[in-house]
Design a protein around this ligand. Structure first.
Ligand code: AFP
Length: 344
């Protein structure tokens, strides 16, 4: 008998990957796997909606403003509803949802007789990061973060949700680009999955992603340069200076979508910054569903994430929609930014 071609290894779906990871952790109950499956479902629906954005009435603004005072895009709202619908029927699993697009947490876990709620986890998410890009058919993303909530949490108390990034049990993002990519970590490396639209499955496309220790690219809204503190401006000036030995000047790339700019850093390394501004020391980005989850992913890949003076993972939030300055990316580049900022 003639030997045939070797059979390609069957694709590893997100579900299979999570089940295999779960099998490696004997204490795991499988609940977390269901959360990831529901996040993947929401991502597939959002990717589908996005691909038809010019054909159905989803472009433009709703006329409302969100808790951040920002104009809500129709697709922001639709994507938020998609995440909520993916979890509201899983009340036994996720107790609370916190979203950029919802002023207050949504408690989806059923009420128990003792006054507490069902569900071990809280899910934080930015359903559509960089949503203004949709109107120009450019890349957008979703960001998610999973926290364990105390078993006998006070019913519907925000205080039990105010946890540091270091306490996340999982985090990740979805990038809706030429292909849809889901990247996540549970604290044991970072894995990437690409949506195969033909079969509607996320397929493992890279295991144990790492971030270069130093990079070639910086991402920042340079229109804000005059508003940045001196140390930040000096850091960016340094990146633009010519110096062959340290590979400068760096190239500048900024998409208006944090997820896309951070995802680029996995390939080429470098740094993304949305720093503090004069009169706006808190910066723009939200801690619990933008900075902290991306910090978890990036640190798991060997990178670093900081406000410039403190690690993002160490910040104890005081409010659910708190903002923080963010400097994230290759370890050496972020450390260098911190040095400049410390120097003032
Ligand atoms: P939205 O999530 O509100 O669309 O904002 C996008 C974002 O949070 C982040 O993805 C971008 O990097 C940053 O804000 C863009 O802000 P500027 O328009 O001020 O540069």
């Amino acid at each position: 008998m003639r030997k045939g071609k070797p059979v390609a290894q069957s694709p590893i779906t997100l579900t299979r990957h999570i089940l295999e990871e779960q099998a490696a952790h004997p204490g795991a109950t499988g609940e977390f796997s269901t959360i990831m499956a529901q996040i993947a479902l929401a991502a597939k629906i959002i990717a589908r909606d996005m691909s038809r954005a010019g054909l159905i009435d989803v472009l433009g603004l709703t006329g409302a403003t969100n808790i951040q005072g920002e104009a809500v895009q129709k697709l922001d709202q639709l994507s938020n509803e998609t995440f909520v619908r993916a979890f509201e029927y899983y009340g036994g699993l996720v107790r609370t949802l916190v979203s950029e697009e919802m002023d207050k947490p949504l408690h989806v876990g059923g009420l128990l007789l003792d006054g507490t709620r069902q569900g071990k986890y809280a899910l934080f998410f930015d359903p559509l990061d960089g949503s203004s890009n949709v109107d120009v058919n450019a890349t957008v993303g979703s960001i998610f973060s999973v926290h364990k909530v105390p078993e006998h949490a006070r019913p519907d108390s925000d205080a039990d949700l105010l946890k540091t990034g270091a306490e996340q049990v999982a985090a990740g993002y979805v990038l809706y680009g030429p292909s849809t990519v889901l990247v996540y970590t549970v604290g044991a490396g970072v894995h990437q999955f690409t949506l195969d639209p033909g079969i509607g499955e996320f397929i493992l496309s890279a295991r144990h992603l790492t971030m270069p220790q130093r990079g070639k690219v910086y991402s920042a809204n340079e229109g804000n340069y005059p508003k940045w503190p001196t140390g930040t401006r000096r850091f960016v000036d340094y990146l633009r200076d010519k110096d062959q030995a340290t590979g400068r000047p760096y190239s500048s790339r900024y998409s208006g979508c944090l997820v896309a700019d951070v995802h680029r850093l996995f390939s080429v390394g470098g740094v993304y910054l949305y720093p503090a501004e004069t009169g706006k020391p808190e910066g723009k980005l939200r801690l619990m569903y933008e900075a902290a989850p991306l910090a978890f992913v990036v640190e798991q890949a060997g990178g670093r994430a900081s406000t410039g003076t403190q690690l993002i993972a160490d910040i104890k939030p005081t409010t659910l929609h708190q903002r923080v300055p963010l400097i994230i990316g290759s370890r050496d580049d972020v450390s260098r930014a911190e040095e400049f900022i410390a120097g003032g």
